[in-house]
Design a protein around this ligand. Sequence first.
Ligand code: HPA
Length: 305
Amino acid sequence: MITTYPLIKFMGTGDILLFNLPSIFYITKERKTLEYFNQIKEAADYVRANTSDFRPQAGIILGTGLGALVNDIDISNELSYDDIPHFPVSTVETHHGKLILGQLSGRRVVVMQGRFHYYEGYTMREVTFPVRVMKMLGIEALMVSNAAGGLNPSYQISDLMILNDHINLQPANPLTGPNIDELGGRFPDMSEPYRKDWVSQALAIARERNIPAHTGVYAAVTGPNLETPAEYKYLSIIGADAVGMSTVPEIIVARHMNVPAFAVSVITDVCYGEIKEVSVPEIIAAAMKAEPGMTTIIKELLSSM
Ligand code: HPA
């Protein structure tokens, strides 16, 4: 009698742990998923309510030093990230933090002037939140630009690289955690991360217009530091042509929602041979030099969609 009493008590506690903890955990996860989905919906509702129900056909994300495309947009609305519910706030000085809606090349576009990076301290869900919102607004294409270091020895500063594939070396993935089935499947396919016909079309546009451009593989790292010479060598050996700190999370989320994607890198520094020190102003200057070519490609691609 003396020995069975504590045993029964112990088993009783065990029962509660065994049956109740997993379901509490499950409910919490479900609630978080629902919360995230509702936040996307609230942000999209806000955008619609403040833009006379603007329905974009394409989403565009502009990278470091690449904001001037906005000058070509016939703008109907500009929304500050600060005002959009649940939108993260940009912390990088070179990024503007505005959502711009209007017409470009005869298409209705929503443009992010300023993006969010993992190195700023955001979670991957925060980094990719705007892409979710864009999809909920109706986009059927995502176009992304970025500044990147050139690993391929044939690349020169201010050349463009049209992404035909990527290698994800960032330590977190925006799709981890409970899947939001309303947005996409648990195991999204990645056999065509960048729509192939857009890649060849973009290259043809570049050739026609004498814009120096290549197609290649982008490696995504966390940053914010640039890479060491050994790291550049490693990235080149594993098959990357350029390296940068963005884009891949947004592309993963777009593909999760079955949105076809296009991305272009501006080569802002070269990372082969003898590695020289590079400053942020140099990176921005190189990006700005390549900007007209990049803008031409995006505009012409848009008009042919
Ligand atoms: N490494 C990572 N990100 C970059 C680089 C680089 O060399 N240049 C511009 N973005």
